[in-house]
Design a protein around this ligand. Structure first.
Ligand code: NAD
Length: 267
């Protein structure tokens, strides 16, 4: 198999739908052997990869549950032998997430369990294998942690638990980069702006809500899943071999602008 990830094994959490699914299909098209680990059914994503001639396997996994994560990583290593890429994509944004005064405790807890502890647990069980793979291959292994543009700026449409969780992902990424820099493992964060996946679509169901966000996007439109996955692919591949501890923001200009331009969207 040829491609930018040829010969690599990539473990993708939350790969059954949304950005993770597009990422799983793209990584497989670029030559990776992909393991999709999702709490939901990944058979559609798996079927799509296999029909395109890619190699993949799927395993049920709740990233917030340690025994489930341990079993999923073991499954990946037993199935494909190595572990070059950990793409921590699974994440939730819960509907009762609000400002600090109104967000219920169970929403805070569940969000942190999945979005923060889930990343930590996957790293805990994947990193020893990733170090071994790096020693064998002579190339760095790569952790890609999905944070968000909200780790870099606040919004007056609050989702405080989600925002806290993504800030934590960014902070953990830097620390993991420092800890493993001389052991063959890189760690970078990917910070997408808004993309109309199932996660976001349920919050932006009407035109007024969409317009309220669009006015703050300099390029005047939401992102496309492939535009985010382009960044994930770069971070996962050897193309980013001297990059660790960084945050790659792909957001149509949101985090760079105070006043956005007028006129039609640029696509
Ligand atoms: P999505 O809801 O479309 O897909 C999320 C996937 O994660 C689903 O397949 C779901 O089954 C899985 N999942 C949820 N909980 C899980 C768990 N406990 N264990 C394993 N899998 C679980 O979401 P998306 O928009 O594709 O988001 C993917 C990532 O990108 C998330 O981390 C999200 O926070 C982040 N993100 C998304 C946007 C956006 O606008 N869509 C923007 C910034 C960041």
């Amino acid at each position: 198999m040829t491609g930018r990830l040829a010969g690599k094994v990539a473990f993708i959490t939350g790969g059954a739908s949304g950005l993770g699914r597009v990422g799983a299909e793209r990584f497989a098209a670029e030559g990776a052997r992909v393991v999709i680990a999702d709490i939901g059914d990944a058979s559609d994503a798996l079927g799509a990869i296999e029909r395109s001639g890619g190699t993949a396997a799927a395993v049920r996994c709740d990233v917030g549950n340690e025994s489930s994560v341990r079993a999923a990583i073991e499954f990946a290593v037993q199935t494909f032998g190595d572990l070059h890429v950990l793409y921590n994509n699974a994440g939730v944004m819960l509907s009762a997430d609000d400002d600090p005064v109104n967000t219920p405790d169970d929403v805070i807890q569940t969000t942190l369990d999945i979005n923060v502890k889930g990343v930590l647990l996957a790293c805990r069980h994947a990193i020893p294998h990733m170090i071994e793979t790096a020693k064998k291959s002579g190339e760095t292994s790569s952790i890609v942690n999905v944070a968000s543009f909200v780790a870099h700026l606040g919004a007056a449409t609050p989702q405080i638990a989600y925002t806290a969780s993504k800030g934590a992902v960014l902070a953990m990424t830097r620390e993991m980069a420092a800890v493993y820099a001389r052991r063959g493992v890189r760690a970078n964060a990917l910070c997408p702006g808004p993309v109309m996946t199932p996660l976001l679509a349920k919050f932006l169901s009407d035109d007024a809500k969409r317009e309220r966000r669009l006015v703050h996007i300099p390029m005047g439109r939401f992102g496309e899943p492939q535009e985010i996955v382009n960044g994930a692919l770069f971070l996962a591949s050897n193309e980013s071999s001297w990059m660790t501890g960084q945050s790659l923001i792909i957001d149509g200009g949101i985090t760079s602008a105070y006043v956005t331009p007028e006129g039609p969207a640029w696509s």
